[in-house]
Design a protein. Structure first.
Ligand code: BG6
Length: 475
């Protein structure tokens, strides 16, 4: 029996700010994440709590070098082609196209770089899936305008995406508006370029940014469809589902409430502002900064498909005492007694991917794409220059199986699967190299040393077999 459709888009995913490097080459301007050092202070920046955005002498910034994809993209794309990729999810660096963000004309050299990338992908019949902004905003717009807290950002974004939709018409067919848009409520600097003003309500500022992002996203759908009606434009959210701690009705409601953190964004992007959110904000005295034709734009420009990242699930209780840890740390979760050990703060849950696919398909009945999934681990290169990453193969095998069941047994319409960090890259959370996801090892280390050599891991050969067998051979 056929499992995944013949035209299923198998591939991998990367992001400009985590691979490209060359942060000041060919006219590129600085981006928000360029100035965030690796190490222990990193999350304070991402929470939007750090005002001083200058480089510090004592800090390290591995992201400035990335994996030197800017110069080595041909070699890397050839490796993706060797694995049989049908699609590569990549993002465009906004500050390569508009170095400050508010210029009249785009930077031609920046556009040429992506011309070259798309040409190279075409050579191997690899479809690009482009994230218009993956945790990536011109630093100038962050400093001068306050990022997406400021409504002007919608216009800057409209201008930026118009340039891209025009330039890559007929070349790029699949687009995502913002990466993990729902992370804005927790990590506003990362997801929206926002620094929180301590004298104003944090929540109000978060919802201002959220609304502006949602309106900007709808504008991208509108502009993209007007320029090329065949464009498929999707959203992208962090899709780790919340489970109730027990079957106590209060725990069930706590899980419903937590899941709304992601549903809310998808609801707006797929069908309109939901009543539970309007009520919640009204109760809290938070206003959504609606203007002019926002409602109209949102209503008439819903996404063609939904896409999400999936790494693991989370657990929440309705009992505040049990929830103590979660209350104090929005990124925390209770331990799930039915799952294995906690690695990198996550408990693997392949069945959770099937659950998530079903939840979202049931709710929206729109096609889905899994655009991030993978295992970040510290790989060892042995004396023969080999990397035996069986742990990664196990993780991916179980998740691909669960995904295939969601399609074959449950009938979920799934367009594709792009494993995260198909080549090692700089981690978003640590800003370092040691948390590796790739099928391809990159010889760069946390202290920025290394020659950048690319080495095929065992998982490289395994994924190649998975793709060529259409997901049937997962051994
Ligand atoms: C997602 C992001 O949150 O997870 C990626 O979209 C990120 O940019 C990925 O790299 C994995 O997270 P981390 O922190 O392990 O790099």
């Amino acid at each position: 029996m056929e499992t995944l459709p013949k035209n299923f888009l198998w591939g991998g995913a990367i992001a400009a700010n985590q691979v490209e490097g060359s942060y000041n080459e060919d006219g590129r301007g600085l981006a928000n994440m360029d100035v965030v050092p690796s190490g222990k202070n990193r999350f304070q920046y991402m929470f939007g709590n750090v005002k001083d955005l200058s480089f510090k002498e004592k800090e390290k910034y591995p992201v400035l070098k990335g994996i030197d994809f800017y110069h080595r993209y041909k070699e890397d794309i050839a490796l993706f082609a060797e694995m049989g990729f049908k699609v590569l999810r990549l993002s465009i660096s906004w500050s390569r196209i508009f170095p400050r963000g508010d210029e009249e004309h785009p930077n031609e050299k920046g556009l040429q770089f992506y011309d070259d990338i798309f040409k190279e992908l075409k050579k191997y019949h690899i479809e690009p899936l482009v994230t218009l902004s993956h945790y990536d905003f011109p630093l100038y717009l962050v400093k001068e305008y306050g990022g997406f807290k400021n409504r002007n950002m919608i216009d800057f974004y409209k201008k930026y995406v118009t340039v891209l939709f025009k330039r890559y018409k007929g070349v790029v067919h699949y687009w995502l508006t913002f990466n993990e848009i729902n992370c804005t409520l927790v990590l506003p600097y990362l997801s929206a370029g926002v620094i929180i003003d301590q004298n104003e309500s944090r929540e109000q500022q978060l919802y201002n940014a959220t609304h502006h992002l949602l309106v900007a996203s709808a504008w991208a759908v509108k502009i993209g469809h007007e320029i090329d009606p065949t464009n498929k434009i999707g959203n992208m959210f962090a899709g780790g589902t919340w489970y109730p701690y027990t079957c106590h009705p209060q725990d069930i409601f706590a899980a419903i409430t937590k899941n709304r953190d992601a549903f809310f964004f998808c609801d707006v992007q797929a069908r309109g502002y939901p009543s539970y959110k309007l009520r919640e904000l009204e109760r809290k005295g938070i206003t959504i900064p609606f203007e002019d034709d926002d409602k109209e734009i949102l209503k008439n420009n819903t996404v063609d498909f939904l896409s999400f990242s999936y790494y693991a699930t989370h657990v929440v209780s309705g009992d505040e005492r049990i929830n103590e840890e979660i209350k104090n740390n929005p990124l925390a979760t209770l331990k799930n007694p039915y799952l294995g050990e906690i690695l990198y703060k996550r408990q693997d849950d392949p069945i959770g991917l099937r659950n998530t696919l079903n939840m979202y398909y049931d709710r929206y009945q729109k096609p889905l794409m899994v655009v991030e999934n993978g295992l970040g681990a510290q790989d060892e290169v042995d004396e023969n220059n080999k990397i035996h990453d069986t742990y990664r193969i196990d993780y991916l095998r179980n998740h691909i199986l669960a995904m295939e069941e969601a399609v074959r047994i449950d009938g979920v319409e799934l367009w594709g699967y792009t494993s995260w960090g198909c080549i090692d890259l700089v981690s978003a959370s640590t800003g370092e190299m040691h948390k590796r996801y790739g099928f391809v090892y990159v010889n760069y280390q946390d202290d920025c040393s290394g020659n950048g050599e690319r080495i095929r891991k065992d998982s490289f050969y395994w994924y190649k077999k998975v793709i060529s067998s259409q997901g049937r051979d997962l051994k």
